[in-house]
Design a protein around this ligand. Structure first.
Ligand code: GDP
Length: 368
């Protein structure tokens, strides 16, 4: 493609090489009188927001602009991958703008857990990350639970101003915006307007609100600490829970190990017998074994008995990194980002975690 071309919808530079990235347009669409990127095309014709990912540089550029606008920031996180989808440090870029924290995918949490408890927990976690949201809400963009309440809360805090919806890829932003678009029946032609931030090309979708303000859907930001980047689409389907997660309780003695497919492993090294409560997709195969046999099992069976990943993907899987943890008082979660978490409560116990190089296990106060 010789000359530089700009999308008539959102103002981003058009490119024909990388599908799924900003500005992608198929070669054939360049012949049209008005050229728009595939993301705008889908929104215009199918009333559907499509995922594109931003590079880290683009993301920082975009965040810097958020700080200089007066707007409500709606930060969407995935309740099932809270830490993995948090986007640490974002609040430093949002200027003095209020942030509404929305926990999506609440349908995946066990129904027995009180919603108010989850909200309290989110407030506490946000504080630890250094964010003081104006409010915290829960919803399920997929099932529609509390989507309208979330829209009302946005309305309450935006003070007739603009709204930016931000979040990591896969938190459910597109699902949420599409639900809103359908709910409020926005006219498709009206939805695509040129980005009105002067001198910039931002691949944002503008959804005009009643009073002339705009709701911007910002593209997802890739979080590199996500297991999903190492897995095939098929395996990703297995590890992503689709419905309420049923916790599985293992009574473990020291010197026992649990494998989560071949994607993670937890060893109980020291402490009294206790329960390890696993919150993961019900389709993940969990294998219990003796610690002394664990290395050999992994060497001989990863990709087969221990899967996902499948055998062919396992060949390019990074080797495991090990970390030792001493359990403090209270109930805590050991979080395997992208997979789920394990709740334990044995003060003074020692455990070890193993995850592919580049993925970081964390410990937090228990969500329940
Ligand atoms: P985006 O990258 O943030 O725009 O995320 P998407 O809207 O594309 O959603 C990512 C994945 O999460 C998709 O497979 C959705 O079906 C799923 N998803 C989105 N919202 C929910 C939800 O509320 N509950 C559940 N269980 N899945 C959801």
């Amino acid at each position: 493609m010789g000359e530089r071309m700009i999308c008539a919808g959102c103002g981003v530079e058009i490119q024909t090489e990388k599908e799924g990235e900003t500005g992608y347009t198929p070669e054939s669409a360049l012949k049209r009188d008005v050229v728009i990127c595939q993301r705008c095309f889908r929104l215009k014709h199918y009333n559907e927001v499509q995922d594109v990912s931003l590079t880290d540089d683009d993301f920082l550029r975009m965040l810097n602009q958020l700080g200089s606008q007066k707007a409500l920031i709606v930060k969407v996180v995935d309740l099932f991958d809270f830490d993995g989808s948090w986007l640490d440090g974002m609040h430093r870029f949002t200027g003095g703008n209020p942030v509404l924290l929305v926990g999506n995918k609440v349908d995946l949490l066990p129904k027995s857990v009180k919603r108010s408890k989850v909200i309290q927990w989110m407030k506490k976690q946000a504080k630890e990350y250094g964010l003081k949201p104006v409010d915290v809400t829960l919803m399920s963009a997929e099932t529609g639970e509390a989507v309208l309440e979330t829209a009302d809360t946005i309305e309450k805090y935006r003070n007739s101003g603009d709204v930016y919806v931000v979040g990591c890829t896969n938190v459910g932003k597109s699902t949420f915006i599409n639900k809103l678009l359908r709910e409020f029946g926005a006219e498709d032609e009206a939805m695509i307007t040129t980005s009105n931030i002067p001198g910039t090309t931002l691949d944002m979708i503008d959804v005009p609100l009643d009073d002339g303000s705009v709701l911007y859907d910002t593209p997802g930001i890739i979080n590199h600490n996500q297991l999903s980047h190492l897995l095939s689409k098929k395996d990703l389907k297995i590890i992503t829970p689709k419905k309420e997660v049923k916790p599985i309780i293992f009574q473990l003695q020291p010197s026992q190990t649990l494998f989560f497919g071949a994607m993670g492993r937890i060893d109980f090294i020291e402490g009294a017998q206790q329960s390890f409560i696993v919150y993961m997709s019900n389709d993940i195969h969990i294998h219990r074994t003796k610690l002394e046999k664990a290395d050999e099992l992994y060497t001989n069976h990863a990709g087969r008995l221990l899967s996902p990943p499948s055998e062919e993907d396992f060949s390019s899987f990074p080797p495991f990194n090990m970390k030792e943890w001493k359990i403090p008082s209270g109930k805590i979660d050991i979080v395997f980002p992208g997979l789920g978490w394990i709740t334990i409560s044995g003060e003074g116990s020692v455990i070890r975690t193993h995850v592919p190089d580049g993925i970081h296990v964390t410990m937090r106060d228990s969500i329940f």
